[in-house]
Structure formats: structure tokens, C-alpha cells
Design a protein around this ligand. Structure first.
Ligand code: GLN
Length: 260
């Protein structure tokens, strides 16, 4: 059986995602093969998505890092915005957004441009768009990602003008609104809770002093990975490293929810 996995290819780091997806499949087939319920081995086809027709062929989708306003604008102009909302929030196929992709998948975002921006939505969270500052304030950190397994070790993570999840929204409450905040239309409640999958501990101090943990600092740390049902988001860019573990993990989630 072959699953078509799309990567939204309007702008940003889509080629890098496809490269790591290929690597994930190659590496996984050596250690633990990606398998469906019948132990039938799964084949993958990776599709650069630029049109509604290409999106419709896909069983799952990655929205890459880049510039969320540009991606939203191009999606709007090419008639992809509504099909994307349908894919995420009506068909509820597996979707993963990295950085700009996470912003687009949030139901609410603040610190957006004065002209506003369209969101796809799907994650009941509010993101702060350029939380970690400007391009020059980009940084890298070794993160604990418990969802990769107890013994996984740290994951080298790249943060470039990265957003943060500043609030988990309650599905039953209306989204509060300030001037520089935008929200996605047609907010559809899902029964799935928002799970916090990773935090960046005490950023400033922990980065300077690698032996300092969030616990030492008496704080939980900033939320940098979340999942709600079919939607997964990371504030950082695994596609800009050569570590394919998150891609392998996500592909396995896709297989589990699609095949089993
Ligand atoms: N902050 C950027 C935005 O608003 C995202 C940056 C990134 O994807 N590296 O789109």
C-alpha cells in the first residue's frame, strides 16, 4: 500500500522536509519498519502541493517553516486556503506544521502584521508570532522530546523567528481579541484535547548554562510542540537538521491513524 504524503510547497523549507521524509523512510526500514496492522509494509509517495488537486491526493500534509503571511497570501490567491481548512478541520487528515506552519495551524495568532493574515486553524491555541525576536535572535537548543521515547536523548532544534504557543484555548469560550490578533474562521470544536508535547526550558539561562533545567529555574518553560487530534505543531525546524526522528515518528502516527 502506498500513502501520498504532501508538503505544502508555496514558500519556505518544503524541499528540506521532503529530503528528511525520504531519510526517515530509509532509516526506519533498517531499524523498525513502518508497518500497518496487517504487517504489510507501507510505501510512501512524497508530493509537493501547490494546487487543490494535488492536496486532494494526499493522506497527510506538512506545512513548512518560512513566512506565514506569504504562505497564507499565496494559498489565498491560488484557491488553496479553503481546501486546506477542509483538509485540516473537516476531513481531519494528519497535518504537521513547523514554525510558520504552526502559526497557520493555530486558531489564533497575535503580533501579526497590521494588514492581518489568514490562518488555517485546527489547533485550539494562540501563538505569539515572533516570540523569540528577529532573525538575528535565532538560536539553537538541545530539547528533550519525551514523545520520541524515554531513551531518545535530546533533539538539536533550530529556532528562526520562531513562534511560541502562549495559550491553550478553551473550545467552549470565545477567542478574546486585541488589535494585532487574528483568528481562523469556522472554528470547529474537536473532542481531542490539546496536548503539550515539548517545552523549551528557561530559555535565556538554560541556553547559556546547559546544566540548568526548567525545574532548576522553577518554571515550566515555553510551549514549543503541541498536538490536538490530527494536528501536530512544532515551533522549531526539524527540517533544517539532518535528524529524521521526528519525521519518522510523525509518519508512524500517520500510518497508525490512516491504516490501522
Ligand atoms: N515568524 C515567522 C512567520 O511569521 C515564521 C518563521 C519561520 O518559519 N522560520 O511566518
Amino acid at each position: 500500500m502506498t500513502l501520498a504524503i504532501g508538503v505544502l510547497a508555496l514558500q519556505g523549507a518544503f524541499a528540506e522536509h521532503i529530503q528528511l521524509l525520504r531519510r526517515a523512510v530509509a532509516e526506519a526500514s533498517v531499524s523498525a519498519p513502518l508497518q500497518g496492522s496487517t504487517a504489510e509494509s507501507i510505501g510512501f509517495e512524497f508530493v509537493e502541493v501547490r494546487t487543490p488537486g494535488e492536496l486532494a491526493r494526499c493522506a497527510a500534509l506538512i506545512i513548512p517553516g518560512g513566512e506565514s503571511t506569504s504562505i497564507a497570501l499565496i494559498a489565498e490567491r491560488t484557491g488553496l486556503l479553503e481546501p486546506l481548512r477542509d483538509f485540516v478541520k473537516v476531513q481531519r487528515k494528519p497535518v504537521w506544521g513547523t514554525c510558520a506552519g504552526l502559526i497557520l495551524l493555530a486558531e489564533s495568532a497575535n503580533k501579526t502584521k497590521a494588514t492581518g493574515q489568514d490562518l488555517i486553524g485546527g489547533l485550539d491555541v494562540r501563538v505569539h508570532r515572533n516570540y523569540f525576536g528577529r532573525q538575528v535572535e535565532s538560536f539553537e537548543a538541545d530539547l528533550d522530546l519525551p514523545f520520541l521515547g524515554e531513551d531518545a536523548g535530546t533533539f538539536h532544534s533550530v529556532f528562526i523567528r520562531a513562534p511560541v504557543v502562549e495559550k491553550v484555548l478553551s473550545a467552549s469560550l470565545p477567542v478574546d481579541h486585541t488589535e494585532d490578533m487574528v483568528t481562523a474562521p469556522a472554528r470547529k470544536a474537536t473532542a481531542a484535547p490539546v496536548e503539550i508535547l515539548a517545552r523549551l526550558p528557561g530559555r535565556a539561562r538554560a541556553l547559556r548554562d546547559r546544566s540548568t533545567t526548567a525545574e532548576d529555574l522553577g518554571e515550566d518553560g515555553d510551549i514549543v510542540a503541541v498536538r490536538q487530534g490530527n494536528v501536530f505543531g512544532t515551533a522549531f525546524h526539524p527540517e533544517l537538521t539532518d535528524d529524521a526522528r521526528i519525521h519518522a515518528w510523525w509518519l508512524q502516527q500517520v500510518v497508525n491513524s490512516t491504516v490501522i
